[in-house]
Design a protein around this ligand. Sequence first.
Ligand code: SAH
Length: 400
Amino acid sequence: MPGAGTDRTKTAPAFAGPIVVLVEPQLGENIGTTARAMANFGLTRLRLVKPRDQWPNPRARAAASGADEILDEAQLYDTLEAAIGDCELVLATTARAHDQAKPVIDAQEAARLMQPHLSAGGNVAVVFGRERNGLENDEVGLADRIVTLPVNPAFASLNLAQAVVIIAYEWFNAATGGPLPFAMPQKSAPAPREQLLAFFADLERELERVEFFRPPEKRETMQINLRNIFLRMAPTQQDIQTLHGVVRAIAEGRKGPARGGILDGEEAQLLRTLLAEHGSARVPSERSPVRGLSRLLRRNPTDAERALWNALVNDRRFAGRGFKRQVPVGPHITDFVSFPLRVVIDLVPPDESEAAETTRAERRAWLDERGYQVMDVSAQEIEADVGKVLDRLDEHITMM
Ligand code: SAH
């Protein structure tokens, strides 16, 4: 099985790579994982010199994870000489110093050295030794270069296939130039300078309001430092829009409920009374005024509304039931609504006037007609025991 990231519709890059020669490999597993490592980095030609076990080897196949073709086409030889007979460049890999007058290079240098031979159509062999004791001195003696890897000297011997994968990786990198198979998606274009400057202006204006730039003599440096934070990010247009939104939210939140609301509890109540009595709770069908009003109401909850909302969102029974506060339902603004449940909670204010009562009745009829269950809750009830109100709501919902 080819595994994650493998795309069978894609073909391997078509350049000839070096031949991998394994001298007397002992474990079928290592031959299989060598084939897999080769396939990962576009190598195809495997030569085996006297593998210890029978060939073909089912353990090799199981370990190859689908790189079967390389195993099928592997060639068997009786001697290393025969296996490298048609090669013009031979590299011997080893973790050990063999005390020979032969240049020692690393995997990158090996890849560089191979390239001209390979592109001219010549055969290059990279020779790997046995698991137990690597390559013999005379075998290393047949090579043009010794390839060794910079490793922990106290633990220098790699697993056979892992040594192959490093050589294969470096070759692939050198041959292809190493482009990565995928990159971060560019979902939004880089923000143009003018968008950045507009954001800085917005941010700095808000910071000015809270006298952030103090003391005055540090102002300029602070401003430059702050701008540099964002410039280092190289933000996209989407990033700047998000940051704008953040600044707006903080700035407006500060004026809103975070500081107790533009209106205090009594004023918030008054706002509702006014809306109710002037029939404006039944707002004309244009969407934007309804939304504007509902936003105003949402930002200025009455004490009862705030208490009920806090209790509701902290009660697991109502988690995920879709309750919202002060949202338009058709031409009306409901105190609490769950669209999925089609349940509305109507907060009945204390000392409701006759006019307000009429408007509320109208709203209720409108909602009834459209299949909403309306539950009345009085402010006093919430004040007395908000838990009971939620129990009643839960009963109401489970009965539906
Ligand atoms: N015990 C053996 C190592 C065998 S590892 C020894 O002491 O030589 C099997 C093969 O993997 C080695 O023969 C060599 O071809 C390759 N190999 C392992 N570690 C390596 C390293 N650090 N550098 C280069 N090749 C290495």
